[in-house]
Design a protein around this ligand. Sequence first.
Ligand code: NAD
Ligand code: UGA
Length: 463
Amino acid sequence: MTNILCIGAGYVGGSTMPILASHCPEDRFVIVDINEARIAAWQSDQLPIYEPGLDEIVLQTRGKNLFFSTEIDRHIAEAEIIFVSVNTPTKTFGRGAGRAADLQYWEKTARQILQNSTTSKIVVEKSTLPVRTAEAMERILNSNGNGLHFDVLSNPEFLAEGTAIRDMQNPDRVLIGGRETESGRKAVGKLVELYARWIPRERIITTNLWSSELSKLVANAFLAQRISSINSISALCEKTEADISEVVNAIGRDDRIGHRFLQASVGFGGSCFKKDILNLVYLCDHYGLPEVARYWEQVVLMNEYQEARFAANMVASMFNTVAGKRIALFGAAFKANTSDTRESPALEVCRSLLEEHANVVITDPHAMENAAEDLKELAGRVTFESDPYAASKNAHAIAILTEWKQYAQLDYERIYHAMAKPAFLFDGRNLLDPKKLYEIGFNVYPIGKPPLTRLSSPAFTPA
Ligand code: NAD
Ligand code: UGA
């Protein structure tokens, strides 16, 4: 039996460890966190995050070989392998503010591991970190005077929220970076064995530490870059009567480009894309590569443009004023199948509309609690309504901001009849069939496609 600890019971710790525990029944897994309420929720029937399929796996393993605790020191002492999956947000203060990763939680963890260890251990970076962080981690940990040895490995996580269980059960690859020393190779081997219980060996990639750390940032940067690229083209489609879905189909048929991750949208959200790219930008500047930094920075700027463009288009289409108009936002989560609202474009659109004095009502099947917390400084100016029919009643406009499947299955005829007229629908996810909505009577504004509207608008005029 191996004692395995995970520090950080957030999205990553909380969804990866139960799966590891389910595949390694003879090992003992403990997840610890400083947040007592979070740990209590993991021990209850109401898990702190909504992730399809997670409840079943937690139920299967909890109390058997998976435990949640706030006793961090004691569990550090007992562990042989420690995964660290604490948050690494963007720094908000001091040098690198707004771009560099804030490593304070990370460093505290390293020191806590050092203070509470009486045996040598493998420490695994699961959090996303700037390249060469493992060096600092090694320096802190191996500064002990009692002969303990710590092997630091990098094992970045590639799961996406909403599909975390599927991604973990059947990953494209697992990446493990380690030192090319005898002890480093042994530590890598131990982690490979853990994953090899259910993942084919050829999908487990081992590299040096720095390649592994950097690959995580690069993977997110490439994914986000695809979205910003297609969103930039969606703007051009709207000017030229090209249709973004047809363009994606045409270019995606080229195997070298492929179809995936080219869904034009109101913008990408989530806790990681923006922070990881900004971190990459900071690193490039730090290493004296300003041209490379500016190249990647543009991915984030394009995303901000897309969010702002969407909100501005709503206002412009509704006769340049939304003041006092009820507007129903369908979706608050940053994507479907999650309760997570971190960096959600829906909340950005909400803030822009509130600046225009709109009367905003938000509906979402799983993310309203988080949205209310994020918008608490605006409490009283935005309302929440769990029923989309009630949310859209008397509304001048609906904006689809999260691609929840249930929003495609609503009775839009019924919704239309209960709305103020003219009724507007802005589809920030291209989730609905614009023609059907137009036939019902809506003025429809998809992303990257010509609007379908009965209102007089400037005729198409090529430059
Ligand atoms: P999170 O904020 O949901 O969870 C982090 C947890 O760590 C929190 O519960 C916090 O209380 C805890 N914590 C902080 N300091 C601690 C300490 N000293 N001791 C014990 N617990 C401590 O974050 P997350 O979304 O799980 O992300 C964690 C890391 O994984 C980040 O680096 C992120 O970039 C990366 N990542 C996230 C995802 C994702 O889908 N969310 C995917 C891949 C990688
Ligand atoms: C992303 C990556 O996909 C994961 O591999 C990575 O592990 C994770 O970040 C991380 O490091 O945190 P996640 O943010 O959970 O996962 O979800 P994605 O499916 O990548 O979606 C991110 C955002 O892009 C969402 O707002 C989504 O709606 C948007 N998106 C995605 C689009 O607008 N178009 C697309 O084609 C795909």
